[in-house]
Design a protein around this ligand. Sequence first.
Ligand code: SAH
Length: 392
Amino acid sequence: SNDTTSSADSEEQSNEMGSQSPQSDGAQSLETNDNNILNPNGESLDELKKILTDELGEKAFRATQIYRWLHVALCTSFDEMTNISASLREKLKEHFELSCLVKEQLQVSKIDGTAKYLFRLSDGNRIESVLMKYKHGNSVCISSQAGCRMGCKFCASTLDGLARNLLPGEMLDQIYRIQADTGERVDNIVIMGCGEPLDNFDNVTKFLRMISDENGLNISQRNITVSTCGLVPKIRELAELNLQITLAISLHAPNDDIRKTIMPVANKYSIEELLSACEYYFKKTGRRITFEYSLINGVNDSLKEAKELAERIKHINGSHVNLIPINPIKERTFKQGTQEEISEFKKLLEKYKINVTIRREMGRDIQGACGQLRKSYSEQETRTNDEKEEIF
Ligand code: SAH
């Protein structure tokens, strides 16, 4: 499981990138690295056309060719672009730095074939992505940030805070490198890896447009799920974009008191405000909401809480609850209830005619909960930035 990609990353770069201020890192209309060299991976076709015509004096159709090499053929170097002349390829190399994710580790489950990738970014940060094989197709879970600043108590991704937002190209490349590595098409995408996608709004929405672009991999938005801990104003902003993605809300509690003990974001937005944003999202997009509910024994998994949850969400149009037996992380004492407790919780929701599924545990024999693989890596290194920002 060695590198499959050639990458221009260098060791010097890995020290340069400290923690970026989350306030200043919104949309990056042009994707650049630290040296301000353009990285074409995250440029939309229109942006690429503009650069090629305005800055390089080339014809617009060249941009379409390059775009297809990058986003359909999944090339990692300009030399693979065989319908482009050698001289133009040299010119492109001068202007662009094609920087791709480097596969650093791959673990494949012997039980179900789930594959967990650890990728290294060009600045040395690491992220995880997971490929899950289902009967209905291949599903990839991608990260939207290196680390996370949401602080949910049960989650490994947030233990060291946020390193930085991922660029659109770095999200696309998680899909591309996995598809190239396996030779199999990715059918579904869930943004449920490290990070809070709506805390990296502009880059994530650009990613959503590019991955579903007919000039690229053309993955239907209906096959993409974005999971959020519930940043209310961003849910409303997303609703305005009228994308056809599925929105999943990490609810994890039937009331604000319990939610506050496990999710700091609950100090900022009440469940009432959150559910009202969900209704707005449905009204605008026609897309049903999925609620995620991680069952933590003795915290949120009693039948009293199941009833309270049902009462609270039953009126929300066609909503669906996905129960996730908590995946224990070694830094916390949270544990799973019994199979019977979990199925009683499910039955109670069903009595209220709520559509419920229990998330099947995938890849039990490889590193468990999200963020654990990345975390185990960062523990082996001395970190320069130990500062963690509290935002709620
Ligand atoms: N930031 C996004 C994506 C996070 S991961 C969000 O909050 O939704 C996707 C889901 O896994 C979320 O519902 C998250 O709360 C849940 N999760 C994280 N760690 C978990 C763990 N150890 N056990 C069970 N679910 C977990």
